[in-house]
Design a protein around this ligand. Structure first.
Ligand code: GTP
Ligand code: MG
Length: 258
């Protein structure tokens, strides 16, 4: 290709390759979703369909980018974990981040009608994103645990807050009642005042959502005798597991490897 006198401008482009042999985490977060959820009248504190829509977008991202081995979502955020050895776009941060954010955002718009057939999407949602490298599996697991602990703290607070408001307290009164309360006290408040056992609330609200590939059994056909012919294949699934303790990771050793 002929060089033009303008070609020198390329030298201003900076290298943004992420550190090799580290877990890459891309976290996206809905921009001004406080307003977005008001305008679209999401249920408070949790709108199950809004969460299902987020999960479905995450499934699209995981299906599209095979080097994403795990993702975790809560509220208006999602974290995507890329394997340590990935060579995706030569590990260029801007490419990896922009591809993830744009695919997630366009999936959100495309799938809106599927999850909210009766609601018009009033304006385009958008997401911010950041990318961070974690040098060890231990730190990566602590990162994921941090997000799930956050989910628990916020959800428990919000569940109490909105129950108090729905029962007639003002927002300020609800805030004052909850100020300084511990986890156990919030559980007791829910149980004694509203007959709600926090641990019986849907896991999607309490635990957030995990998206990953799992082996699933499929019946491909029936034999002439009517017996099912089964096969196993890897499929991207959504589950609401505890990822703080070791059990999930012990049960799924393939996800993060040794
Ligand atoms: P930025 O991310 O800084 O742009 O602000 P934000 O308004 O998006 O707030 P943030 O990301 O801190 O928190 C997400 C907000 O989205 C929550 O505070 C809620 O207001 C709203 N939200 C998320 N999920 C739900 C939901 O299921 N129901 C309702 N009602 N609101 C939700
Ligand atoms: Mg947000």
């Amino acid at each position: 290709m002929a060089n033009s006198k303008f070609e020198y401008v390329k030298s201003f482009e900076v290298e943004d390759r992420l550190m090799p042999s580290t877990w890459i985490v891309i976290r996206i977060d809905g921009c001004h979703f406080h307003r977005f959820s008001e305008v679209h009248e999401f249920d408070k504190p949790n709108d199950e369909q809004a969460l299902n829509l987020m999960n479905s977008c995450a499934v699209s991202v995981v299906e599209e980018f095979p080097d994403i081995v795990f993702s975790y979502g809560v509220s208006d955020e999602y974290s995507f974990v890329m394997k340590k050895t990935t060579k995706f776009y030569q590990r260029r941060a801007s490419k990896i981040l922009s591809l993830t954010v744009s695919l997630f955002s366009s999936a959100y718009v495309m799938k809106w009608k599927e999850f909210f057939p009766q609601k018009e999407l009033k304006y385009p949602p958008y997401f911010d994103g950041r990318v961070v490298c974690y040098p060890s599996t231990e730190i990566l697991r602590d990162y994921l645990a941090w997000r799930q602990v956050d989910c628990h703290i916020n959800n428990q607070y919000n569940t109490c807050f909105w129950m108090l408001v729905k029962s007639g307290k003002s927002k300020n009164e609800a805030q004052d009642i909850l100020k300084g309360t511990l986890t156990q006290e919030k559980n007791e408040l829910l149980f004694q005042q509203f007959n709600i056992n926090y641990n019986m609330l849907p896991a999607i609200f309490r635990k957030g959502s995990c998206v990953f590939r799992a082996k699933v059994e499929e019946i491909t056909k029936l034999t002439d005798d009517g017996d099912p012919v089964k096969r196993y294949r890897k499929k991207v699934i959504v589950d609401h597991c505890d990822i703080i303790g070791p059990s999930f990771w012990n049960e799924h050793p393939d996800i993060l490897g040794k």
